[in-house]
Design a protein around this ligand. Structure first.
Ligand SMILES: [Zn+2]
Length: 421
């Protein structure tokens, strides 16, 4: 078994944490921003130093490749993203890129024999925090392979027209042109040129830590649905209209939300998660009774039968009257559970086992670029323990030892995939 370097990983963590440093322990690094471009330049510097050949595709996804012993063999790719959410941490996404670099650096330094070319990759705009949606560029690259109702959200021309959430006028396409990283469509990830894909990522939850494990052998990305629940009442003056005659849409929604929690909890499914995270209130003025309120409900579980039961409860809201208000329920979108390639999962497991690293099977509750790649290529993920389960925030932390273990597990799993044909 081969091992990656903790010192080199620590140096990368420290270096990349400077690009977009917000001054209080985390980063804001929107895709294609000057900070993200500095991170890309650092990637180029480090990959050039080991003799990798670097290309970009038409969406500025970056690929740094070192040759294997067989020039005709398909490439094995590892990667993730360098962009972050606003006031995010120093590990989400970038750890997968640093681990991919670390694997290539270790292979070159230790002269590890391998047949397939090995590629470290950066996906552009995974978070979609400045130009929505999330997972934009993997959505475009994997477009032809995605299920119909996912793919409609990722038409390339729509993505190029995605507007900045800050100025509402500049587009992702303009940022792409300006970045200097726009390359050729023929360089895209494809099943013709690539054999399989690995993505190392922080867990973003507390399960590994709670179970005393350093590494997660990820077996799937959870299926989920996202619905909107809308309430229609009547706006009246807050000072003049008697309580019993009101049709308050906000009050109606709050009753329905409590009902949803009570009914869904009665199902007694311990690993089910569901969230209301986005609301709209109209007119949202303190002197007006709201005539309209709408909330999101996002539910995630591996088993489609469980999700169906939850959905039936959500849909039942529309059959009831809530504080005199009419209720409508509609689908935003959903996805089935995406299972990783069984053989690759077994390599990750075997690699952790043989290295004596404490590990467990785990599901991914969050979405990642790898899940779109999985429709196109054999793909899998490796999770690294997140301290206190925190992510998408500045205190997000994974130790240098855990980060290096993630890279080491990936390195040895990649070498197993390298040998399997
Ligand atoms: Zn991420």
């Amino acid at each position: 078994m081969y091992k990656c370097s903790e010192a080199r990983m620590e140096d990368k963590i420290k270096t990349f944490s400077k690009f977009g440093d917000a001054g209080h322990g985390g980063i804001t690094r929107y895709s294609l921003s000057p900070e993200a471009i500095a991170a890309r330049n650092e990637f180029v510097k480090r990959m050039t130093a080991i003799g990798a050949e670097i290309v970009t595709d038409d969406l500025a996804n970056m690929y740094a490749t070192i040759p294997g012993s067989d020039p005709d063999a398909k490439r094995i790719v590892m990667g993730s993203h360098v962009d972050s959410v606003k006031n995010g941490g120093n590990y989400d996404g970038i750890l997968g890129v640093m681990s991919a670099m670390e694997v290539l650096e270790t292979v070159v330094e230790q002269n590890i024999p391998h047949k397939h070319p090995l590629t470290a990759m950066i996906w552009t705009n995974e978070e979609g925090s400045l130009y929505p949606p999330a997972m934009m560029c993997s959505g475009v690259v994997c477009y032809d392979y995605l299920p119909e109702d996912i793919r409609v959200k990722f038409k390339k021309e729509d993505m190029l027209n995605s507007k900045s959430i800050l100025d509402h006028t500049s587009t992702f396409g303009q940022a792409l042109e300006k970045s200097g990283f726009k390359g050729d469509e023929k360089n895209r990830l494809s099943p013709e040129k690539y054999k399989c894909m690995f993505e190392t990522h922080i867990e973003q939850g507390p399960i590994l830590e709670d179970n005393g494990c350093d590494i997660g052998v990820v077996d799937c990305v959870l299926g989920m649905f996202n619905y909107r629940v809308r309430f229609y009442g009547q706006t009246v003056h807050a000072g003049t209209f008697p309580m019993p005659k009101r049709r308050d849409a906000f009050f109606a929604a709050s009753k329905a939300l409590c009902y949803l929690h009570e009914e869904i909890d009665k199902l007694g499914v311990p690993d089910l998660v569901y969230t209301t995270g986005e609301v709209v209130c109209h007119p949202c003025v303190h002197t007006c009774v709201p005539d309209y309120f709408d909330f999101s409900i996002d539910a995630r579980h591996e088993n489609p039968d469980i999700l169906k039961k939850v959905l039936d409860i959500v849909l039942s809201c529309a059959d009831k009257e809530w504080a005199g208000c009419r209720c409508e329920v509609s689908k935003a979108w959903n996805r089935d559970t995406v299972y990783w390639d069984k053989k690759l999962v077994s390599y990750v497991k075997k690699s952790a086992e043989e290295l004596g690293i404490k590990h467990m099977y785990i599901h991914s509750g969050a979405g990642h670029d790898a899940q779109f790649a999985a429709y196109m290529l054999p793909t899998t993920m490796i999770f690294v323990q997140s301290k206190d389960g925190l992510s998408h925030c500045e205190p997000e932390f994974s130790s240098v030892t855990h980060c290096t273990e993630g890279a080491t597990v990936m390195l040895n799993a990649v070498l197993m995939a390298d040998m399997d044909e």
